[in-house]
Design a protein around this ligand. Structure first.
Ligand SMILES: *Cc1c(COP(=O)(O)O)cnc(C)c1O
Length: 378
C-alpha cells in the first residue's frame, strides 16, 4: 500500500452512507456514532447540504480570493449574525483556522506568548502542534515554535503561574475533545475571562469540535455566558466538505489587512455552499432545541444502562458530545462495536467517545446504547 502509515486504520471500507447509517464494501451496515470525527453533524449526505453542493458544482468550482466572493460573504454573515464575532477568515481545516488565530493574536497584541492546556488538541501544523498540550503529538519533530506555555485545565492558579506581560492569548476548548471529553468548569472560564480583561490578553476558544450545534448550542461558549475575542471552527462546518474558519471581534479586523494572511483554497465555493446549507439548518432554534432534547434523552439512557456497569468510571456529556471513561483501554471495545455494527471513537486511552450526528433518531440512540451495553458486559 502506497500510503504513509500515519493512521492505525480499522478494517472498515465505506462504500455508501446516508444519515446515521454507513455501509461498507461488503454491504455490512454500521450505526455511525463518530460522524467521521465530529464532522458529519447533519448525518451523511444531508439533503439540504447535498443539494447546495450539487448546485454549486453546476455553477463554478473556483475563483481566486482576488475576486469578490458573495457566497463567502453570505456564510461569514451567517456566522457573525449568530455569534459574538464580527469578521471571518476561511481556511480549509481546523489547524489552519487555529494558525490564523495565533497569527492574529500575536499581530494584534504585539505580544508573543500563548497559554494553552495539558490534554488540549489544536492541530498538527507547527504552530498548532506547539499549542497542543500533549507530548505524544510533538515527539520527534524537533524544536517547537516558541512561546507556548501549558497550564492545567480547570486550574486557574496554574494559568496565573505561566501568565506574564508578554502573554498575547489564552487558547482553550470549552470541552476538551481529543483529551477525553473534559468540560470546563464555569468558575474556571469566568476566571480566565477576568484574567484576560485585566491583562489585555485575547481569549481564543477552539470550537472546532464543540461548535456548530455539537453541544446543543450553536457554539460551546454559549453554555458559559462568555465571549471569546477569537474562536475557530472546522469539522462540522462543512458536514464533510473540508472547511475551517477563524472568527474574531470587530476591533481585531484592522490587524488582518491586505497581504497579511491568505489561502488559495480557503473559502472555496464548494465548501462555502456546504457551510451555508449547514449553518442555515443548524442555527435554527427549533433544530437546536431538538439536539438538546436528544442530548437529555441520551443522558437518561446512559444513566440507566451504562453508568451501572462496574468498569464505567464516569460519563461526561454536553449535548451530543459524550465521553464514557472506562477503567481499562477502550481500543478493544471500539473493535468489538465495529464487529457488532457500530462506529465509535476513543479519546485518549480510556475514554469511549460518542459524537452521533445531531440528526440521530431516538430509536438509533436506543440501539447504540444497547450495543455499548452488550459490548461492555462481554
Ligand atoms: C480536530 C481538531 C482540530 C484540528 O482540526 P484539523 O481539521 O484536523 O486540522 C483542532 N482543534 C480541535 C479542538 C479539534 O477537535
Amino acid at each position: 500500500m502506497a500510503l504513509f502509515p500515519t493512521y492505525n486504520r480499522f478494517n472498515v471500507a465505506v462504500q455508501q452512507a446516508e444519515g446515521t447509517i454507513v455501509e461498507d464494501v461488503n454491504g455490512k451496515k454500521y450505526l455511525d456514532f463518530g460522524s467521521g470525527i465530529g464532522v458529519t453533524n447533519l448525518g451523511h449526505r444531508h439533503p439540504t447540504v447535498q443539494k447546495a453542493v450539487e448546485q454549486q458544482l453546476n455553477a463554478y468550482w473556483h475563483t481566486s480570493n482576488l475576486y469578490a466572493n458573495p457566497i463567502q460573504e453570505d456564510v461569514a454573515k451567517k456566522i457573525t449574525d449568530n455569534s459574538v464575532g464580527d469578521f471571518v477568515f476561511f481556511s480549509n481545516s481546523g489547524a489552519e483556522a487555529n494558525e490564523a488565530a495565533i497569527k492574529l493574536a500575536r499581530k494584534a497584541t504585539g505580544k508573543e506568548k500563548v497559554i494553552t492546556f495539558h490534554q488540549s488538541f489544536h492541530g498538527r501544523t507547527f504552530a498548532t502542534m506547539a499549542a497542543t498540550g500533549q507530548e505524544k503529538v510533538r515527539t520527534g519533530f524537533g524544536p517547537m515554535l516558541e512561546k507556548f506555555a501549558y497550564a492545567t485545565f480547570n486550574d486557574i492558579d496554574s494559568v496565573k503561574e505561566v501568565l506574564d506581560d508578554q502573554t498575547a492569548a489564552i487558547m482553550v476548548e470549552v470541552v476538551q475533545g481529543e483529551g477525553g471529553v473534559n468540560p470546563a468548569d464555569q468558575s474556571f472560564l469566568d476566571d480566565i475571562v477576568r484574567l484576560c480583561e485585566a491583562n489585555d490578553i485575547l481569549l481564543i476558544i477552539d470550537e472546532i469540535q464543540t461548535g456548530i450545534g455539537r453541544t446543543g448550542k450553536k457554539f460551546g461558549y454559549e453554555h458559559y455566558g462568555i465571549e471569546p475575542d477569537i474562536f475557530t471552527l472546522a469539522k462540522g462546518l462543512g458536514n464533510g466538505v473540508p472547511v475551517g474558519a477563524m472568527v474574531a471581534k470587530q476591533e481585531l479586523g484592522e490587524h488582518f489587512g491586505p497581504g497579511t494572511h491568505g489561502s488559495t483554497f480557503g473559502g472555496n465555493p464548494i465548501a462555502m455552499a456546504a457551510a451555508k446549507a449547514v449553518t442555515s439548518v443548524v442555527f435554527a432554534d427549533a433544530f437546536l432545541l431538538e439536539v438538546e432534547e436528544k442530548g437529555a434523552y441520551l443522558a437518561d439512557l446512559l444513566e440507566e444502562h451504562i453508568a451501572p456497569i462496574h468498569k464505567v468510571k464516569a460519563i461526561r456529556q454536553k449535548g451530543l458530545m459524550v465521553g464514557i471513561e472506562y477503567d481499562e483501554a477502550v481500543g478493544s471495545l471500539v473493535t468489538t462495536l465495529i464487529a457488532k455494527g457500530m462506529l465509535t471513537l476513543s479519546a485518549g486511552e480510556n475514554v469511549l467517545r460518542l459524537l452521533p450526528p445531531l440528526t440521530v433518531t431516538k430509536a438509533e440512540l436506543d440501539q447504540g446504547v444497547q450495543f455499548i451495553k452488550e459490548t461492555m458486559k462481554l
